[in-house]
Design a protein. Structure first.
Length: 134
């Protein structure tokens, strides 16, 4: 099973150094979550690490479109904390819903529930109230 790790990348501050610092924290959080998933035996795509600090070498759309293409090839998505505050992550969640792929509200729920399912079995999307269909 290939897991796509989704969560905030950019900072929200208008002050450049604070924004940079927030981005580094988000990258760090994603790295730690990816390590946990790899250690549990999953293959993980962590876009935060794929293009970490590449800002400015290409237009944002290049990274966003590329990341969406990679995400479409994954079997499931695990969300990082504060995902709902990220417009990019919300768009990724909607795309995964359209593709009818698994979405897990957080790494802890996913890793706890994996003991009750084989990697090939479907884990219901409504494990977390945040992801219940509207």
């Amino acid at each position: 099973m290939v897991i796509y790790l989704a969560g905030p990348y950019r900072g929200k501050s208008k002050i450049k150094i604070i924004n940079w610092f927030q981005r580094q924290i988000n990258i760090h959080r994603a790295r730690e979550a990816a390590k946990r998933l790899w250690a549990a035996g999953f293959t993980v795509l962590c876009p935060h690490l794929n293009t970490a600090n590449f800002d400015g070498i290409a237009p944002d759309e290049v990274f966003l479109n590329g990341t969406l293409e990679l995400m479409r090839r994954c079997d499931a998505m695990v969300l990082l904390p504060n995902w709902e505050k990220s417009s990019g992550t919300k768009a990724e969640v909607e795309e995964m819903r359209k593709l009818n792929k698994q979405i897990h509200c957080c790494i802890n729920h996913f890793l706890q529930d994996k003991t009750n399912y084989s990697k090939e079995e479907y884990i219901p999307k409504d494990l977390c109230w945040l992801l219940r269909d509207r």
